[in-house]
Unconditional design. Structure first.
Length: 145
């Protein structure tokens, strides 16, 4: 269901996470060639992957964020695990600041999404799909997925 929700026009993707020991991963397309310029202009220094494990018995999606540092050099974008080793759920709230729109997506159905490349935007997409499926969404902060 989440894999089916991928859109080529969206700045994030959801893919098989078996190489990293999870069921699915959602992440910004920051290292994809066609998206590098857009993300480089955003100036983002930190990004997150959302790792997802499914619990079939409980009809539950469990998620955990993992922080990465972004490095833009000579047209090549690379990610490295943050030195802070943060895992869990991290939210940044700016006092009195308006959301800065960095990218606008228009889908084939003419639905418009505005992105500031905040991880909540990815998380909300995942929650919406899961809610419509009748499964439960559970964020894991201190426990293992």
């Amino acid at each position: 269901m989440l894999l089916d929700s991928n859109r080529d026009t969206a700045p994030f993707k959801i893919y098989d996470g078996s190489d990293e020991g999870v069921d699915l991963i959602a992440e910004w397309r920051i290292v994809d060639a066609e998206w590098q310029t857009i993300f480089a202009k955003s100036g983002k220094k930190k990004v997150f992957k959302i790792k997802i494990k499914l619990n079939e018995k409980k009809h539950q999606f469990r998620t955990k964020d993992e922080e990465f540092t972004v490095d833009y050099r000579k047209g090549i974008t690379s990610l490295s695990k943050s030195k802070s080793k943060f895992k869990g759920k991290k939210m940044a709230i700016g006092k009195g600041k308006a959301k800065k729109i960095l990218f606008t997506e228009t889908t084939e159905d003419n639905i418009i999404y505005e992105y500031s490349f905040n991880t909540e935007e990815m998380r909300n997409h995942i929650k919406d799909v899961i809610d419509k499926s009748g499964w439960e969404y559970k964020e894991v902060i201190f426990k293992k997925l």
